[in-house]
Design a protein around this ligand. Structure first.
Ligand code: GLN
Length: 521
């Protein structure tokens, strides 16, 4: 029973809960047992030890079971409950959770227990979802492998020697390992879509402003967007509907109504839709574009599947996308260096006294705390950002990057005049081995080459499974992009593609995941 429960989709669980075939306590317990069986252990400092997925930094077993019992009681009393009431969910550790530790994968926030909930978390609670715990991530969401977490990496359930993507590798791995049916993520340059791509799951970055940023620990405020992660397109839509909506606490929050993403995910019709293949995001295996041959093969098949379903394919060109990555790695560090200035050891978080100083000044305490509390990647970006914003360099670097950002927006506008949605591989490669890119930040940054343009322009994007690459048997993701505020198109096209590809594979891609444990040492 428990094994069967953890394999169900959120939509299936919601149906069974509503019909009272199963209780939320049973569903929650099944997932907590799965976490206990496969997630592995952590030492007293919270650092991952031994084998295991290590998707979770914190598991709230007691409060999860209490909330589940509450939902069951309400249902038994005949209360009408929201659609996902009683379904468990994992929350990325970048979202503040009242009374539950929130570290953003950083030492500097060790032991911090927020006094308030992020708006997204509040909405999950109001919709009566059951919060299982907080998921691992690259420190302050900087990275594409979850290896920059101060608490040790998460492993990819498809192959425990490989990365689960980043920064939201914990959420994606929790889904792929059947530790949770739903999870949240944030995507500043690809942190929802790339982990989905390399774990064979589904992830959506909504339109900028569609989901409140209140209570998300900011990385780059003009790029950050929270979104849903799940194993199916429909489940992602159901969670999107819960997370999105106007929030007066976020000044960039959109005020228009949330598009009906759930209806779009069940329309199952793409006839006549124009699908734009972005030339600059397709690569060319022969000219060393960095796109793995097996990734391009699965992507091309996905496009064919859409044609078979009645869509029309057009090729579009977005020349600025080739410089988008460089612009992003100036804009992001600039904003991050400013956002992370608040971690000064004065009000909350880690405080370290400098060694050998008997009566340290506030500045000395700040310096010692930041030196000890931040990891190498965070320091690298703070330095890069401070440099890019310094007088004399501001116009040359930050100013030029903002101009590229405008060009990216124009290219999207032109492309969306010719196509209803755009498609590309999500990530140029499948999951790489742990450690492979740690000494080479630039090669790590290149993971985001196809996802970053959407963040620079604020348009929504989805990644869904396209199959397994022939050369390594690992998941490949296909990305769908839509115009701002047309998030429903992602779901309409994604649901048709998912159904067509499952028909070819004979079932969900995750049915092919090698059984575990064991999960590597
Ligand atoms: N991998 C990208 C980076 O390191 C994306 C980060 C994100 O989306 N949070 O910046």
């Amino acid at each position: 029973m428990a094994e069967e429960l953890i394999r169900r989709t959120a939509a299936e669980l919601a149906g069974a809960l509503t019909r009272r075939e199963v209780s939320s306590v049973e569903v929650t317990r099944a997932h907590l047992d799965r976490i206990a069986a496969v997630d592995g252990t952590r030492d007293a400092d919270g650092v991952a030890t031994g084998p295991g997925v290590h998707a979770f930094l914190h598991v709230s077993a007691e409060s999860a079971l209490a909330e589940a019992a509450f939902v069951d009681a309400a249902r038994a009393a005949g209360e009408t409950l929201p659609p996902l009431a009683g379904v468990p969910i994992a929350v990325k550790d970048v979202m503040t959770t009242r009374g539950v530790p929130t570290t953003c994968g950083s030492r500097i926030l060790t032991g911090w227990v927020p006094p308030y909930d992020a708006t997204v978390v509040r909405k999950l609670k109001e919709s009566r979802l059951v919060l299982l715990g907080k998921t691992n991530m690259d420190e302050f969401a900087m990275g594409s492998s979850t290896e920059h977490s101060a608490y040790g990496p998460t492993r990819n359930p498809w192959d425990p020697t490989r990365i689960p993507g980043g920064s939201g590798g914990g959420s994606a791995a929790a889904l792929a390992a059947f530790e949770a049916p739903l999870a949240t993520g944030t995507d500043t340059g690809g942190s929802i879509r790339q982990p989905a791509s390399v774990t064979g799951t589904v992830g959506v970055k909504p339109t900028y402003g569609a989901v409140s940023r209140y209570g998300l620990v900011a990385l780059a405020s003009s790029l950050d967007q929270a979104g849903p992660c799940a194993r199916t397109v429909l489940d992602t839509a159901l969670l999107h509907a819960v997370m999105a909506g106007h929030d007066p606490r976020d000044s960039t929050s959109l005020s228009d109504p949330v598009p009906d993403v759930v209806a779009a995910a069940t329309t199952m019709d793409v006839s006549g839709m124009r699908i734009g293949v972005v030339r600059e995001l397709h690569g060319d295996a022969e000219n060393g574009s960095g796109y793995q041959a097996g990734v391009l093969r699965r992507f091309d098949e996905a496009v064919e599947a859409l044609v078979d379903a009645g869509a029309k394919v057009v090729e579009v060109s977005c020349p600025s996308f080739t410089t988008a990555l460089a612009a992003y790695y100036l804009i992001l560090p600039s904003e991050a260096s400013s956002n992370l200035a608040k971690f000064d050891a004065m009000r909350y978080g880690l405080r370290v006294r400098p060694e050998g100083v008997s009566d340290p000044t506030a500045e000395q305490v700040m310096a010692a705390s930041r030196a000890a509390g931040f990891g190498d990647e965070v320091k690298r970006r703070i330095i890069l950002g401070a440099y890019a914003l310094s007088s004399g360099y501001y116009d040359a670097y930050y100013g030029s990057a903002q101009k590229v950002r405008t060009l990216v927006q124009r290219d999207f506008a032109a492309a969306f005049a010719e196509a209803d949605v755009l498609v590309s591989p999500t990530s140029p490669t499948t999951a790489f081995p742990l450690g492979a890119k740690l000494d080479d930040p630039l090669s790590m940054y290149l993971q985001d080459v196809a996802t970053i343009p959407a963040n620079l322009a604020g348009v929504p994007g989805m990644s869904l499974p396209a199959g397994l690459a022939d050369e390594d048997g690992l998941p490949v993701g296909v990305q769908i992009l839509a115009p701002a505020r047309a998030d429903d198109r992602l779901y309409r096209v994604g649901a048709v593609l998912e159904a067509a590809l499952r028909g070819r594979w004979g079932g969900p891609l995750l049915d092919r995941i090698p059984e575990f444990p064991p999960l590597g040492g």
